[in-house]
Design a protein around this ligand. Structure first.
Ligand code: C5P
Length: 212
């Protein structure tokens, strides 16, 4: 097993990250959460008050960034960054830049690791079309909103379930209906329903990986 790529796509809050981390740990593979790159780039855009309507401003910003870190940080997980990242992710110039960043990160990682697990929206359908295994995770919007609501309350943050549900549905809509790399299930992808317990999901995933 060398240069083995596993793509894990799915909507916001479907548990892609936890599943990817589990697989990466099990096989000692590198894990890349591509959403972090969109979030970090969004944070930079908001801080620099870049005018999104001007592609020239975006192009100038991109030119000045040599590499984007994929390191997670809690400041990237706010509702505001979540909301803006799906708007920013619809721009072709941004997607091209983030896709290049992903390729650079994975190329470097595969010098050390035998494989990589990458999660996102368009990994199996666009960025790593040749992935050896493609997973697509589903969970209803209501269950995802319930989980997010609980998580926010546990973090001591204010949360209104109806607002969270609306936010999730809006992000789903934007991700699925954008022109550039919409969230779609690739024909080769294996559908994993993550609505029940994580243990159940892991059982399904292990059965798939055992066949490899
Ligand atoms: O996965 P996460 O919710 O952290 O991603 C943040 C945003 O980045 C998403 O709302 C989505 O619009 C965008 N994204 C994307 N393509 C990816 C990963 C994330 O468009 N591969």
């Amino acid at each position: 097993m060398n240069n083995f790529i596993i793509s894990v796509d799915g909507p916001a809050g479907s548990g892609k990250e936890r599943i990817s981390k589990y697989i990466a740990k099990k096989y000692n593979f590198f894990h890349l959460d591509s959403g972090i790159l969109y979030r970090r780039f969004t944070k930079i855009i908001l801080e620099k008050k870049i005018n999104l309507k001007k592609n020239s401003e975006l192009a100038k910003l991109i030119k000045n960034i040599s590499s984007l870190s994929a390191k997670n940080h809690k400041t990237l997980r706010t509702e505001n960054i979540s909301k803006f990242s799906s708007i920013i992710a619809s721009k072709l110039i941004v997607r091209k830049f983030i896709n290049e960043q992903q390729k650079i990160i994975i190329k470097k990682a595969l010098k050390t690791y035998k494989g990589a697990v990458i999660d996102g929206r368009d990994i199996g359908s666009k960025v790593f079309k040749d992935a050896n295994i493609k997973l697509f995770i589903t969970v209803s919007a209501e269950i995802r909103a319930k989980r997010r609501h609980k998580q926010l309350l546990q973090l001591g943050e204010k949360s209104i379930y109806a607002q969270i549900l609306r936010g999730i549905k809006l992000r789903d809509y934007k991700d699925k209906n954008r022109k550039e790399s919409p969230l779609i299930m690739h024909k080769e992808a294996i559908l994993i329903d993550n609505s029940n317990s994580f243990t159940k999901t892991i059982r399904k995933i292990n059965a798939i990986l055992a066949k490899v």
